[in-house]
Design a protein around this ligand. Structure first.
Ligand SMILES: N[C@@H](CCC(=O)N[C@@H](CS)C(=O)NCC(=O)O)C(=O)O
Length: 262
C-alpha cells in the first residue's frame, strides 16, 4: 500500500491526494511526528530530508515535493491522464502550478502566520492582512485570464492545473473569507471543480482538521514547533513589511530555515 505523509491543511499534500483519488489509487495517510521543532519520524525523514509534507512512499520509491510526486503518479499510472499530450498545454499547466505553489501559497501561509499564530499585532498585522487580501484578488485576475473562455484550467477537461489551483482558493475562502467574485468565470469554475468527489473529500478532510490549528499554536508557544520560513515564504514576509516578524521568530527560536542535507 502506498503511504502518503501529509497534513490535511497542506495545499501541497492536497494536490497529491486529489491526483491519487482521480486515478483511483488507494493510499494510507500518515502525519509525521512533531519532534525537535520540525516534522519527524524515521520513515518520514528517510522519504523527505527537507521535513516537509507531502512525501510519498511506494515500495522502494521515496519521493518528496508535490510536483515531483505528481509527475511520478502521472508516469506510473497514466490513466486517466491529468496532463494533455500537447507540449504547449503541458507548459501552460506547469506555469499555473508554479505560480500557485510559489506566488499564491505564501499569501495564505502569511495570513495564517499573522492571524492564527499571532506573529504581528496592531497596525502591522492590519496592513499585512489588507495587502495580502488584495494580492490574492489581483492574482484572481491573472487566473481568470488563464481560464479564458474554457471550463477548466487544463483545457477540454479537468486535470493537473485544476487540481493545482483549487486547494489554494479553498484555503483562502475557508480560512480567510477570500473568494472569487460571485458570478465570475473563476467563481463558476470554483463551484464546478469543488463538485468533484476527489476534491470534496479532500476539502472535507481539511475542514475537519481546522480545529487542530490551535494545537499548532500551543506547540509554537511552547517552543516545540518551528514554522519553516523558506524561499517564497521568507521573501513574502519581508516584502510585505514583516522583517520584524522574521527577527522575532529567530529570537524566540520558533521559526526555522532549510535543514542541511547529510
Ligand atoms: N515544494 C514543496 C513544499 C512543501 C511544503 O512546504 N510543505 C509544508 C506544509 S504546507 C511543510 O511541510 N512545511 C514544513 C514546516 O513548516 O516545518 C512541495 O511542493 O511539496
Amino acid at each position: 500500500m502506498i503511504i502518503l505523509y501529509e497534513h490535511p491543511l497542506s495545499p501541497y499534500a492536497q494536490k497529491v491526494k486529489i491526483a491519487l483519488r482521480e486515478k483511483g489509487i488507494e493510499f494510507e495517510s500518515k502525519t509525521p511526528d512533531v519532534s525537535g521543532g520540525g516534522f519527524g519520524g524515521s520513515e518520514f525523514l528517510e522519504a523527505n530530508p527537507r521535513r516537509e509534507m507531502p512525501a510519498l512512499i511506494d515500495g522502494d520509491a521515496k519521493i518528496f515535493d508535490s510536483t515531483i510526486i505528481l509527475e511520478y503518479i502521472e508516469e506510473k499510472w497514466p490513466s486517466p491522464p491529468l496532463l494533455s499530450s500537447n507540449p504547449t498545454d503541458r507548459a501552460r499547466v506547469r506555469m499555473i502550478e508554479e505560480v500557485m505553489d510559489t506566488y499564491y501559497e505564501p499569501i495564505n501561509w502569511g495570513l495564517a502566520e499573522i492571524n492564527f499564530f499571532g506573529r504581528a499585532k496592531g497596525e502591522l498585522a492590519e496592513t499585512i492582512t489588507t495587502n495580502a487580501k488584495q494580492q490574492a484578488k489581483n492574482c484572481y485576475q491573472w487566473l481568470t485570464k488563464q481560464l479564458g473562455e474554457g471550463e477548466w484550467f487544463n483545457g477540454d477537461c479537468f486535470g493537473w492545473s485544476d487540481l493545482c489551483v483549487v486547494p489554494y482558493i479553498n484555503t483562502s475562502l475557508v480560512a480567510f473569507g477570500i473568494a472569487p467574485e460571485a458570478g465570475s468565470p473563476l467563481a463558476n469554475w470554483f463551484e464546478r471543480v469543488n463538485q468533484r468527489p476527489s476534491i470534496a473529500q479532500t476539502l472535507q478532510e481539511a475542514n475537519d482538521s481546522l480545529a487542530g490549528l490551535e494545537q499548532f499554536s500551543k506547540l509554537l508557544e511552547q517552543g516545540l514547533l518551528k514554522r519553516e520560513y523558506r524561499d517564497h515564504r521568507l521573501e513574502w514576509m519581508i516584502r510585505m513589511g514583516g522583517l520584524q516578524v522574521v527577527l522575532d521568530g529567530i529570537e524566540k527560536d520558533n521559526i526555522r530555515f532549510s535543514y542541511d542535507f547529510s
